[in-house]
Ligand binder design. Structure first.
Ligand SMILES: O=C(O)c1cc(C(=O)O)c2c(n1)C(=O)C(=O)c1cc(C(=O)O)[nH]c1-2
Ligand SMILES: [Ca+2]
Length: 682
């Protein structure tokens, strides 16, 4: 694992390796390998599989160096595997603090490691960054990246190593935190610099030039208490010539701009791409995709650096499709906006004004805090595109985007929200009326959600071709010189398409939903393609009901293919039938009160309207002994699974209200049958 900057910059000279998250610092996720190509891809078969320990969301991009694969599973567990046969070399469990798992918004996911000079780096869900000896799997150093232990900081993203420094951000903007990116010396773990993305306490002077710029765009002082947001929880890119590190910055805390910043100002650097000096962390330029974000429109999405010919001139560009539905091409030396076009229908903005670089926001459709009316906004909080990586094929000039068609409700709350001290709970500052009333409304809404693989031409600013999918949250993409695009799907398939026209050339079942982006590598002259399979993440936890349309279970494994591979796919056992629930003893008012508590505290993991997407237990299907122990489970938590104690959140009466609501929902299930199962496409 003797990777360094020189090797990564010259990655095309050793195409068999995949040495950094996006293969190269420009994060194109394009491999020069072409042993597997359009002529023979139909002969691709499973070479080996490796079963991960925990069946929850899998989002990692594996790293492969000189025949060894380093990858991660849920709860930031690191696996080193022989890349030829999947044999385990070592496993490192950082023992992420399970009491704090509820402080992660979107499942206990991890997007992979970085490798540098004999060490493997992993961001741990509980907020640690750790260095591991690549040979032995033993910990070398560990740092706590959290700036404030009273806040819900987590890490799900993959570190990058640039100029000998390990760079990592945090998650937490759904819980009220102040975002930042930190760089640590790769050898020692000593902090080199920290770049805050939003201002801190307005009573204190700004920390640096960037915060001076940002502070002028925030109003009032609520954001100091509410955190401000701007977490950099996923994407980075690096240009070694310009020595600029690009950071994708996230949404605001709170979401409602009225309660965050008196509905005034752009609130920099929320929803922005920020370029900083890779050595010092000093601000260079920024481009804000969604000024004054109100919809969780993060710009943490994957950024690709490329050279494009635009109006007869070759430009060094940065490309991003953030959640807000537009595809941006930006000059990466200066931050100048070159083009912006929507990749799916959007209703929140009428377009981007190319003179000002700002969106033309449609207040009638989307500004829920202005007139107090509930708004159905497109796209919504998982965006037209979320963290699932894109890829760019320089031969076709196309960017392959796993895109979403989705809308959701946003509703202002008229009284100023106060900060809830319970840390494992979303604090968005708007109503959970984001979702339609009742399970029937949900079913209707689900039918309007779908996914699409879009082959986007960033010069012509339009799609060259598209492939539809049954739900959102399909896998990231991989492009190869074999002129193939590989993608896994939410509904449990691994697929190869022709890069130029999207013709499907190969498909096999994956035994679970696939969200992560595949990679390709070669060892001893043999090319392999690896998919990390395993359903989970934000969609199938919070909106579990809608995700059932994918018809898959969480079953986490590494699936590696080669030409002529003949290994047998392992599959999960089918889920058990729902047991008969106890009698409902609570009256309608009790059930209603329980439902409200459930929505606020439980739905982010177990699913809205108590319909689970299968990642965490469906509470309508509790066993008799779980009903008997209900209070004990809520007060004690189920720590190994990451369920915190709710003793501080609920009194005994409230526990009973939630219990009665769940019993009611269990009876609904018995009477209606599983409408969601029938609804599933498979
Ligand atoms: O604002 C944040 O700090 C934050 C963090 C994360 C995360 O760390 O996973 C997600 C999001 N936001 C988010 O908005 C989102 O849609 C999302 C999806 C996922 C996932 O892993 O499926 N994580 C996150
Ligand atoms: Ca977010």
């Amino acid at each position: 694992a003797d990777v360094d900057g020189k090797r990564i910059i010259a990655a095309d000279q050793e195409p068999g390796n995949w040495m950094t998250h996006g293969r190269t610092y420009d994060e194109q996720r394009y491999s020069p390998l072409e042993q597997i190509n359009q002529q023979n891809v139909d002969k691709l078969g499973l070479a080996w599989s490796y079963k991960l320990d925990i069946d929850r969301g899998v989002e990692a991009t594996p790293i492969v160096v000189d025949g060894v694969m380093y990858t991660t599973g849920p709860f930031s567990v690191v696996y080193a595997l022989d890349a030829r046969n999947g044999k385990l070399l070592w496993k490192y469990d950082p023992k992420s603090d399970r009491n704090r798992a509820g402080e992660a918004c979107c499942d206990a996911v991890n997007r992979g490691v970085a490798v540098w000079k004999g060490k493997v780096y992993v961001g741990v869900l509980d907020g640690r960054l750790e260095a591991i000896d690549a040979k032995t799997g033993q910990r070398v150093w560990s740092v706590d990246t959290r700036a404030d232990h009273n806040r819900s900081y987590t890490i799900t993203g993959a570190p990058r190593v640039v100029n000998g420094k390990v760079v990592i951000g945090n998650g937490g903007a759904e819980f009220g935190v102040r975002g930042y990116v930190t760089a640590y010396d790769a050898e020692s773990g000593k902090q080199a610099w920290r770049f805050y993305t939003v201002p801190g306490d307005p009573k204190l002077p700004p920390e640096d030039k960037a915060m001076e710029i940002a502070a002028k765009t925030w109003h009032g002082d609520a954001f100091a208490e509410q955190g401000g947001g701007g977490t950099a929880w996923d994407s980075f890119a690096f240009d070694p010539e310009l020595n600029l590190l690009y950071i994708g910055v996230g949404n605001g805390s709170l979401w409602d701009p009225k309660w965050r910043s008196e509905a005034k100002g752009d609130n920099l650097f929320l929803s922005s791409i920020v370029a900083i000096d890779a050595d010092t962390g000093e601000y260079a330029w920024h481009y804000q995709t969604t000024p004054g974000d109100a919809w969780d429109f993060t710009a943490t999405q994957h950024m690709i650096l490329a050279e494009l010919e635009i109006d007869g001139k070759v430009r060094k560009v940065l490309m991003q499709a953030p959640k807000n539905g537009f595809f941006y091409v930006i000059d990466r030396a200066t931050g100048e906006l070159l083009s912006a076009e929507n990749i799916v229908p959007v209703n929140w903005a009428k377009g981007i004004d190319m003179k000002t670089g700002r969106p033309i926001v449609d207040d009638e459709a989307a500004a829920y805090w202005k007139d107090g009316k509930r708004k159905l906004v497109t796209p919504a909080f998982w965006g037209a595109h979320d963290w699932h990586p894109m890829s760019y094929n320089p031969k076709t000039g196309l960017v392959y985007i796993p895109a979403h068609i989705m809308s959701a409700y946003y509703e202002h709350i008229p009284e100023a929200p106060t900060r809830n001290p319970f840390k494992s709970m979303y604090q968005l500052g708007l109503r959970t009326g984001m979702m339609p009333e009742g399970p029937d409304g949900l079913l209707e809404m689900a039918k309007t959600w779908s996914g699409k693989l879009i082959a986007w031409d960033p010069v012509k600013q339009k799609a060259a071709w598209e492939v539809p999918y049954i739900t959102i949250f399909n896998g990231g993409t991989l492009s190869t010189a074999g002129n193939l695009v590989f993608e896994g799907s939410a509904d449990g398939r691994v697929i190869a398409y022709a890069a130029e026209d999207g013709k499907k050339l190969w498909e096999q079942p994956a035994a679970s939903g696939v969200m992560a982006a595949p990679i390709t590598y070669s060892v001893d002259g043999e090319q392999y393609v690896t998919f990390m399979a395993g359903w989970g993440g934000a969609f199938s936890t919070f909106a579990g009901a809608l995700s059932l349309r994918a018809g898959v279970q969480p079953y986490a494994q590494v699936l590696t293919y080669k030409l002529g591979g003949t290994a047998k796919l392992q599959e999960p056992a089918p889920p058990a039938d729902a047991p008969k629930p106890p009698a409902l003893t609570g009256d309608a008012a009790t059930v209603e009160a329980g439902g409200k508590l459930y929505d606020s505290y439980c739905s982010q993991c177990h699913g809205i309207h108590a319909v689970s997407g299968g990642v965490l237990p469906d509470l309508r299907k509790m066993a008799p002994e779980q009903h008997q122990m209900f209070l004990g489970i809520l007060y004690g938590g189920r720590v190994p699974d990451g369920m915190p104690s709710f003793a501080e959140a609920f009194d005994a009466k409230q526990v009973d209200q939630i219990h009665q609501y769940l019993i009611k929902r269990a009876h609904d299930l018995q009477e209606e049958g599983d409408a969601w199962k029938k609804f599933s496409a498979n």
